[in-house]
Design a binder for this molecule. Structure first.
Ligand code: ATP
Length: 361
């Protein structure tokens, strides 16, 4: 597993299906050996982008360079077989008539690798993905999680510099998903290959990625580390799609050094929030609140916002609360080790570092 990682460069990539622009002017530079996750809701263009990279879909315009090879450009289109990459699909796509061992070794059967070497490599890979005991079974004798492990081993066996993952965990139940996510994170990185992985699941993206690309309606709206996407969302869409406790309408009172002082209708003292984009005093804006920004306290003299607990759910390490601020405004996913019972009044404390003030246009 020593293939040389390749960089991936997209320049002004567009793909239209009739009137529909599935990809709209996407440019991206992915460094060799990094793990990139493309995140977006259904219909945002993730699959189209991955299929363009794989050579399954032909872009309408723009260029794609893989390593030093231009695979898509005006008058140039390299087919999938010539791109030297592996792909792991959502529905596994194993050869049903081949055993697990042959599925994994298939790519090596046409290479110059000797039979002994091939068999040793297949055994090593099966052991690494944790299914060496299933080598002689056929795909229809395996669970979904086991089949996806075979697909992962097969992708690694090909020793290519680029591996594409198309929502590989989406057909698995929660426990298997977590196990396989860790296997992918570890083994794909160990292989040294560049990885491009698509998902609509924000927590999966943050857990896996070195860099996250957020897609909305065919456009790349942010390209940054998971931490930066969480701490400085580029747009209200990104903030919403990556997990909020809630939103509140506010008026910006003043702005200084990237922090805005804002007034909400419900509280007398002003609140602070950071400004990942432009903020101007006097404007109406929206306060986007991450769950991690909110803590609950007993109502006391210093309370700024008083809310009513609408729900309190035990989640093992503590409780997740939903609170109602004024009958219809809610903050959700608020963690506390202490249980605040339904119907009681609580003080809501908001940490400005995970609160963003943006004009919601
Ligand atoms: P999902 O998570 O649901 O798979 P996605 O983000 O992968 O969504 P795409 O499958 O890339 O999104 O689709 C992007 C847009 O392009 C959608 O509006 C889709 O309906 C449209 N589209 C995709 N493939 C075709 C096609 N072959 N013909 C027409 N429209 C298409």
């Amino acid at each position: 597993m020593t293939a040389e990682a390749i960089g991936v460069h997209l320049h002004q990539l567009t793909k239209s299906f009739g009137e529909k622009r599935a990809l709209d002017d996407v440019s991206l530079d992915i460094a060799p050996g990094t793990f990139t996750v493309l995140l977006g809701p259904s219909g945002s263009g993730k699959t189209t982008l991955l299929r363009c990279l794989a050579g399954i879909e032909r872009p309408t315009s723009g260029t794609i360079t893989l390593g030093n090879k231009t695979v898509v450009a005006p008058g140039v289109f390299l087919s999938a077989e010539k791109r030297q990459l592996s792909m792991v699909f959502q529905d596994y796509a194993l050869w049903p008539h081949l055993s697990v061992a042959r599925n994994v070794g298939f790519a090596l059967e046409r290479s110059s690798v000797s039979k002994e070497e091939r068999s040793e490599k297949v055994s090593t890979l099966l052991a690494r993905v944790g299914i060496e005991h299933l080598a002689e079974r056929f795909p229809n004798e395996l669970s979904g999680g086991e089949q996806q492990r075979v697909a992962l081993a097969r992708a690694l066996a090909a020793d290519v510099g680029l591996i594409l993952f198309d929502e590989p965990l989406s057909n698995l139940d929660a426990d298997r998903r977590e196990d396989l996510r860790i296997a992918i994170a570890t083994l794909a990185r160990e292989s040294g290959a560049t990885v491009v992985y698509i998902t609509h699941d924000q927590s999966e993206a943050f857990a896996l990625a070195d860099a996250v690309g957020v897609l909305n309606q065919g456009r790349l709206v942010q390209w940054a580390s998971p931490e930066e996407v969480y701490q400085a969302p580029a747009t209200p869409f990104v903030a919403r799609f990556t997990g909020l406790a809630g939103e509140l309408p506010v008026r910006v009172e003043s702005v200084s050094e990237g922090l805005a002082e804002v007034k909400i209708q419900l509280a007398t003292p002003a609140l602070l929030g950071s400004c990942p984009t432009r903020c101007a005093s006097g404007e109406d804006a929206t306060l986007f609140i991450r769950p991690s920004a909110v803590s609950l306290e007993e109502v006391g003299s210093s309370s700024t916002i008083v809310a009513t607990v609408a729900d309190s759910a035990f989640i093992g390490r503590g409780y997740e609360h939903v609170v109602t601020l004024d009958g219809n405004r809610r903050l959700t996913k608020i963690f506390s080790q202490q249980r605040f019972p339904r119907g009681t009044q609580v003080a809501v404390v908001i940490d400005p570092r995970s609160v963003y003030v943006m004009s919601d246009v």
